[in-house]
Design a protein around this ligand. Structure first.
Ligand code: ADP
Length: 259
């Protein structure tokens, strides 16, 4: 059998995003292999969150292409022309990526367990008993055993974020996207969330993470991307970029955050 290289888990080709007149992504190309952890760092407003939101199709790209395992996202191409996919197809594609936000976004009127089973039951049509069993196991996995009956306001920020991670995992995504998952947390709660993310990374989950935690980026990233003004300025192994940045903009950014 010939060895056919598999498509990357995530591939962006010359992606542009405008918000009205504002050019937020200015031609981003990026490839994430299956099982790889890609971490994006960079100043506020550089387009990191927009990039994740485009991969998750929360934002519609203005130009370029995004593929998940070789499947074009959001569009189909017929005779060189792009036609937007119907909503049902977009919804199916969106389920391939799980997103975790800075501000947890849990349903406040549901318990932790209900938050985790909601998607599997109502979106994926999984039988209730099976969804609950899996949710209990997922809450256990993120270190929240026995806390499934609590409402979000009865949990700490770190616990809420771990529920949000369990909720995303319950949909069995192929890729996890984390948008500054610890930046809304009190400092003493950051570690418990990073531990869960690290554990996921070690389990072989493909992921892209936007973070200001440079030490953590060094630890978990296979590939580190530095963004500025809607562009990837520098990319490579974290130890290379962090210890020996080649670009002036990367050096300037790191000199501010690595104090
Ligand atoms: P980062 O995650 O690096 O902080 P963002 O992707 O959030 O950057 O934002 C990139 C730029 O796009 C910023 O200048 C921001 O103000 C702008 N932007 C983000 N979302 C919107 C939006 N919905 N409408 C208009 N401008 C936006």
């Amino acid at each position: 059998m010939p060895d056919i290289p598999s498509a990357p888990a995530v591939e962006l080709r010359d992606v542009h995003k405008f918000y009205n007149e504002f050019h937020a992504l200015r031609g981003v190309s990026l490839s994430i292999a299956k099982g790889e952890v890609c971490v994006a760092i960079g100043p506020s407003g550089s387009g990191k969150s927009t990039l994740l939101r485009c991969i998750n199709q929360l934002e519609i790209i203005t130009a370029g292409r995004i593929f998940l395992e070789g499947e074009l996202q959001g569009y189909r191409e017929i005779d060189g022309r792009f036609h937007p996919l119907p909503q049902s197809q977009v919804a199916r594609q969106r389920r391939r990526t799980g997103m975790v936000f800075q501000r947890f976004n849990l349903f406040p009127h549901m318990t932790a367990l209900e938050n985790v089973v909601e998607g599997p039951i109502h979106v994926r049509g999984i039988p209730k008993a099976q969804a609950r069993e899996r949710a209990v196991a997922l809450l256990d996995r993120v270190g929240l055993r026995g806390l499934g009956a609590r409402y979000p306001n009865q949990l700490s920020g770190g616990q809420q974020q771990r529920v949000a991670i369990a909720r995303a995992l319950a949909m069995e995504p192929e890729v996890m996207l984390f948008d500054e998952p610890t930046s809304a947390l009190d400092p003493e709660l950051v570690g418990e969330v990073l531990d869960v993310i690290k554990d996921l990374a070690e389990s072989g989950m493909t992921m892209m993470l936007v973070t200001h935690e440079i030490g953590f980026a060094r630890e978990v990233a296979d590939d580190l991307v530095f963004m500025d003004c809607g562009l990837i300025v520098e990319q490579g192994r974290p130890q290379d970029i962090l210890s020996n940045p080649q670009e002036a903009r990367t050096r300037a950014f790191l000199s501010k955050v690595l104090v």
